[in-house]
Design a protein around this ligand. Structure first.
Ligand code: B12
Ligand code: SF4
Ligand code: SF4
Length: 365
């Protein structure tokens, strides 16, 4: 099979829209694994669920038959520039169009199916985002991009607006993969722009400070975490927006990732009033859906407290009576942001809650 196999695989992947393709033979990783340990020692690592630090940089440990990793990337740079209004919250680009897990998952299945028609005996497993491996490590090793200071894998042509996926195969990759050299040089735009200081010097990154993480975090958020969220309803794109590679990046073609501005920067009242059906019509189809409607609305309540305009105050007076305790709790936190004159109302509402609720309120207010 040899190289024909990989050339065929790249061609099929390109036909399915993956603009970037590459491969590498996984050896035992030490460089990234050491960097990982350093980060972990500082307490800067956050995981979302399926990652496994023991095999994260070691595809062979994950899948014993693995001899090569095919890395693929697809641009989602097909989203119009949106301007915020006084009362809008912000969804990040990744969570705007149709959920990439589905779109890319389907494409990966199709690529594998077509490859199997030609090479019936080859075997593989694949991953996009959800899985034990680091997608970025595989993309970097395969020459799809360099690691930026903002921790993204950045492709010189497409920037960082790219989703990463990989197919682990039992086929030998005989070529030497060529890594893309560091492209950040003296630039520090992302370090300067990150509102929470999550991006550190020397390629360090503290996930616990990252707004994207806070918007996905299920545990109760502290006052400083809530304030750090600003207007972000889900995810954060600031360190990508300021990156020079994204200012000149090529556009993506995948229409499923398109979304209009009313959904990307929605009015807070719209988000807070989403009932199950209207949620399912749109946001349920996006990659924010894995955290569900309640978390999105919790975030909208937090953003109300951060914006503090009059219209939202009326909204909060309603959400403070929501049947879901989490929404009531955050409504009280946000009312407190409006100042002293909300105090009587907060006290009155607290009087109707049970002990556990009151303790939580006092611990986190
Ligand atoms: C956990 C996770 C998060 C966490 C932590 C992210 C982080 N930066 O560590 C949180 C919730 C914060 C997050 C946020 C986002 N995420 Co996320 N996330 C993941 C996930 C599931 C695992 C990543 C992980 O923990 N890796 C472990 C880390 C430590 O390893 P690593 O990322 O390879 O980092 C290595 C480098 O930093 C390197 N390194 C360190 N020093 C040095 C020095 C040099 C010189 C070099 C070369 C390398 C190097 O070593 C590290 C290992 O220690 C991946 C999917 C996956 N399965 O890989 C998506 C993934 C990384 N996320 C992605 C996206 C799109 C996002 C968001 C943009 C979503 C949004 N709009 O809000 C933000 C961006 C935030 C940011 N600045 O990274 C994409 C990134 C695509 C890309 N082009 O890079 C991924 C790959 C999903 C995908 N399949 O497309 N995410
Ligand atoms: S996603 Fe936002 S909060 Fe996270 S590192 Fe980038 S700019 Fe900072
Ligand atoms: S903004 Fe500058 S420093 Fe940050 S990732 Fe982009 S090029 Fe690198």
């Amino acid at each position: 099979m040899g190289m024909d196999f990989f050339e065929t695989a790249f061609k099929i992947a390109k036909n399915h829209g993956f603009e970037m393709t590459g491969a590498y033979s996984p050896e035992k990783e030490t460089f990234l694994a050491n960097k990982f340990s350093e980060r972990k020692k500082k307490g800067h690592i956050v995981f979302l669920g399926s990652e496994n630090e023991n095999i994260m940089f070691d595809p062979k440990k994950y899948w014993g038959k693995c001899k090569s990793v095919i890395s693929l990337a697809l641009s989602y740079n097909i989203i119009p520039k949106c301007t915020e209004t006084n009362d809008s919250g912000m969804m990040s680009k990744v969570s705007s169009g149709i959920d990439y897990h589905h779109v890319i998952g389907d494409k990966l299945k199709a690529v594998v199916r077509e490859l199997k028609d030609i090479y019936p005996h080859f075997d593989c497993v694949f991953q996009v985002d959800v899985g034990p491996l680091s997608d970025r490590a595989a993309a970097w090793h395969s020459g799809l991009g360099f690691y930026g200071k903002n921790s993204f894998v950045i492709n010189p042509d497409y920037g960082s607006w790219i989703f990463l996926a990989q197919i682990l195969t039992d086929q030998e990759y005989q070529l030497e993969s060529v890594k893309i050299p560091d492209g950040c040089k003296e630039c520090k735009n992302c370090i300067k722009a990150c509102p929470t200081g999550a991006i550190k010097e020397n390629y360090d990154f503290n996930g616990k400070l990252c707004i994207s993480y806070l918007t996905q975090k299920k545990e109760t958020l502290t006052l400083s975490e809530r304030r750090a969220m600003g207007k972000h309803l889900y995810g954060c794109d600031i360190c990508q927006e300021v990156c020079p590679y994204n200012k000149k990046s090529k556009e993506g073609k995948e229409k499923s990732f398109f979304s209009d501005c009313s959904k990307r920067y929605p009015e807070l009242k719209y988000v807070l009033k989403l009932d199950k059906n209207s949620y399912e019509n749109y946001y349920k189809k996006t990659s924010s859906a894995w955290r569900g409607r309640r978390l999105l609305q919790r975030n909208a309540v937090i953003v109300c407290g951060n914006i503090r305009n009059k219209e939202n105050l009326e909204l909060l007076h309603q959400t403070v009576k929501d049947p879901r305790p989490e929404i009531r709790l955050y409504s009280l936190f946000s009312l407190a942001e409006y100042g002293e004159d909300q105090k009587p109302l907060i006290e009155r509402q607290l009087g109707q809650e049970d002990e556990d609720f009151k303790i939580k309120y006092n611990d986190y207010k």
